[in-house]
Ligand binder design. Structure first.
Ligand code: C2E
Ligand code: CA
Ligand code: CA
Length: 737
């Protein structure tokens, strides 16, 4: 659009001109603003008209003063400036433009001008010089040329600025990238690296520029690094996400033991860089470009997750999954090397009692302590895993002989013999170990574990705390074990239990001084089952407390029947499982049963195994004290097989020691010096305890016991366990003599 503004020094405006019709202006021209400066108004107007016809926006200033006023208000692209003007001439206007750093271009128009003047104007920054009189064509051409040049310059400036901005943006992005961005030259030396490197690895850019990458890569990872950094390919097949370790600044890369803290694990990708990339034949490899990402945090997280996936939280031992994995590997290895390996199934004896009596917290601590101690017995390469509550699996990956496994099992059991000190409690725990060997007992994971488990069950059934190798004839017994477990549920309500009684006699007179009640299970299909085969099962399932109560009630009722028949002067002994002792209502139940049968407490002797006595001392002592208060006697059963010492037992309110049959069994001749047995007898007498030798089978043994002054005995030699009726007959007969 044409402008109608005229600048005059006097401040008055020239009359408005008619809008130029039909001008051939175009958009770019109409955006361009021109100022015509001359002291000759007529000339100004005619010039303006000419220019507006061409589509330019044009203003005029009459004289130098008006020109300066105009320049103070408006920015012009081009000024057509007359040099010779009164007062303020063209030179001064030029000076003004220069001093104010105005971005206007100038074409000088002048009449009588010297060459000096023209060159001065050009030096001052004028873009062209027209001498009056000039032709219109000449003028327009000059205007056009200057404006074109100006536009080009503006474009160029814009481009420069854009480039600078964009460069700044990229530099910002590159330097603030969370990753290291690098470029290597064709020899593998760093030619660019962003600032991130100093944050992650401590190097400054200068430390690395020109250096070969091998100087910062962990020596063990160099192969991987070569593969990656020497990448010649371009996308999309390039190497990506290769992991290796980079050495931080200050660490000696040649040292053999680089510390974790001196390394950063990174993931790297790389793309080949080419000159003339687009020309298939002519392109030339100039290096590699890529991104290095610090993944140490991710690695740590992965390690933790991995650990949790494959380890038991409580003990930090490997879990079942990891065990199976290691076993799988070990089997392959053993197969290749034609070697044996051993799988052990370990199960704590009496852990349930610890848990029930001392609480789960102590139970957990005990498991941790056991795990810790079990580890002591192992070699590097062995895998110990926790696979259930109190169950562990052990893998010995390479053994030469069966005995090697036995030695380890023996060592483990021995190590556990010493009590654990947990939260001020002295806790004893036994262990049953079943062992299966590759390849004899199985060639696959499941078979080996299953057979070790079976062997473990077998040892459990036979008195616990020991180890046993798997053998094929266990298979039948285990299936029996499973069917027994099912049948045990119904045995009580269907009255399948019966009691037998085994007399206990005075060694010197042969007089019967008591009977021990022994349970049997009259199984509808299996026939009579020994307690050895179902008591530990009942202890595991918890049914033992009901069964035990039944035994106590039945034994006392039977005994009361005998008393009604005139039997007197003997005691009745009843076996007790630890779990019964720990029940809160144990003592009241015993008292109720005694009351039901009008039986004085002193006629009842409860047999408790050594090991149940050493767990949770305070609790046990309190129960024993309550029993003693009512005259109820307590015998230590199987004495000598457990962990207690006579000294310890001295502090408990006890009445009788029952020396385990395994000791009596060692007596082969009556003049042997069996110092253990005689020592027990002597010390027991000092402690005013009564002593019974169990499992007496031969005259020799009885003779020996007599010779060392053991007061009482029980065993097949004297009598097998008898039915209630037969016991009554025996007692009646004895009473008569
Ligand atoms: P125990 O208390 O040590 O009982 C003695 C065991 O030795 C009995 O086996 C008995 O029959 C056996 N025995 C007796 N004299 C001889 C002998 O001269 N030689 C040999 N080799 N053995 C002899 P039984 O009746 O099979 O009982 C085994 C175990 O079962 C008992 O050992 C006891 O720990 C447990 N038990 C039996 N009845 C009960 C019960 O009512 N409750 C609980 N909790 N356990 C019981
Ligand atoms: Ca007993
Ligand atoms: Ca016994």
């Amino acid at each position: 659009m044409a402008s109608n503004r005229t600048w005059q020094a006097t401040g008055y405006e020239l009359p408005k001109k008619q809008k130029t019709q039909g001008s051939n202006k175009d958009n770019s021209k109409s955006e361009v603003k021109l100022l015509v400066v001359d002291d000759e108004p007529r000339l100004c107007h005619s010039l303006k008209e000419l220019l507006e016809l061409q589509g330019y926006q044009c203003e005029i200033a009459i004289g130098g003063v008006a020109a300066i006023q105009a320049l103070q208000h408006t920015q012009y692209d081009l000024i057509l400036l007359d040099l010779n003007m009164p007062e303020v001439d063209g030179h001064k206007v030029m000076q003004f433009i220069k001093n104010r750093h105005l971005q206007s271009d100038v074409i000088i128009i002048s009449g009588e001008t010297s060459f000096e003047e023209a060159s001065w104007a050009l030096q001052q920054g004028a873009h062209d010089f027209l001498r009056k009189p000039y032709g219109n064509g000449e003028l327009l051409h000059s205007v056009k040329r200057v404006l074109q040049k100006r536009q080009l310059k503006a474009e160029n400036n814009r481009m420069q600025k854009w480039l600078a901005d964009s460069e700044r943006r990229y530099r910002f992005l590159v330097n603030n990238s969370p990753d290291i961005i690098y470029m290597l030259d064709e020899k593998g030396c760093f030619s660019f690296i962003n600032n991130r490197i100093s944050y992650l690895l401590g190097y400054s850019n200068d430390d690395l520029l020109g250096k070969h990458y091998a100087e910062v890569v962990h020596p063990h990872d160099l192969d991987k690094a070569h593969l990656t950094f020497d990448e010649h390919r371009i996308e999309p097949n390039t190497t990506s996400n290769i992991e290796f370790r980079i050495i931080k600044k200050g660490a000696n890369r040649l040292s053999d033991n680089l510390l974790e803290s001196q390394l950063v694990t990174v993931e790297l990708n790389a793309i080949g860089v080419y000159e003339n990339q687009d020309e298939a034949h002519n392109k030339q490899f100039i290096g590699t470009y890529g991104v290095i990402r610090d993944i140490s945090e991710r690695k740590k997280a992965e390690a933790i997750i991995n650990h949790q996936l494959y380890h038991d939280v409580l003990t930090s031992l490997p879990n079942r999954i990891l065990f199976r994995d290691r076993l799988d590997n070990a089997i392959s290895q053993a197969k290749r090397n034609s070697k044996m390996l051993a799988v052990m199934y370990l199960d704590l004896d009496g852990f349930k009692i610890v848990n029930d009596s001392l609480g789960h917290m102590i139970g957990d601590e005990l498991l941790q302590a056991v795990a810790q101690r079990l580890r002591l017995s192992l070699r590097e390469g062995d895998t110990l895993a926790r696979v259930g509550g109190d169950e562990f699996n052990l893998l010995l990956p390479e053994i030469n002989r069966r005995e090697d496994a036995a030695v380890i099992a023996h060592k483990i059991i021995n190590n556990l013999k010493q009590s654990f000190e947990i939260d001020g409690n002295e806790v004893f725990i036994g262990l049953s170990i079943g062992i299966a060997l590759y390849p004899n007992d199985g060639e696959e994971i499941d078979m080996l574990i299953k057979n070790a488990d079976m062997a473990m069950y077998h040892i459990k059934g036979r008195g616990k705390n020991g180890y046993e190798f798997f053998s094929n004839n266990m298979l039948g017994r285990i299936s029996r074990h499973n069917s027994l477990e099912n049948g045990l549920h119904k045995a009580l309500e269907e009255n399948q239990f019966i009691l037998m009684f085994q007399p206990q006699q005075a060694v010197d007179t042969g007089k019967i001084i008591g009977v021990e009640s022994l349970i049997r299970w009259q199984h509808p299909e299996e026939g009579l089952i020994s307690p050895i085969d179902f008591i530990s099962l009942a202890e595991e399932t918890g049914q033992i407390t009901d069964i035990g109560e039944w035994v106590l009630r039945t034994a006392c009722a039977e005994y009361s029947r005998w008393r009604n028949q005139g039997i007197s002067g003997i005691k009745i002994a009843v076996n007790l499982s630890a779990a019964q002792l720990y029940r809160a209502d144990f003592v009241p139940t015993v008292l109720d049963i005694l009351a039901e049968n009008q039986m004085p407490g002193r006629l009842l002797e409860l047999e408790i195994t050594e090991n149940s006595l050493v767990q949770d001392i305070e609790h046990v002592v309190e129960k024993l004290r309550q029993l003693a208060e009512h005259g109820i006697r307590v015998a230590v059963d199987d004495f000598g097989t457990g962990y207690s010492s006579l000294c310890y037992l001295q502090s408990l309110p006890l009445n009788t020691l029952k020396i385990d049959g395994s000791f009596i069994n060692t007596i082969k001749s009556s003049d042997d010096k069996h110092s253990i047995i005689s020592a027990i007898v002597t010390m027991a007498k000092d402690m005013e305890l009564s002593v019974i030798a169990e499992g007496v089978e031969t005259e020799t043994q009885l003779e020996y016991l007599r010779s060392i002054g053991c007061p009482q005995a029980q065993g097949y030699l004297l009598s097998y366990p008898l039915s209630a009726d037969n016991t009554l007959k025996l007692l009646s007969k004895a009473q008569m003599h």
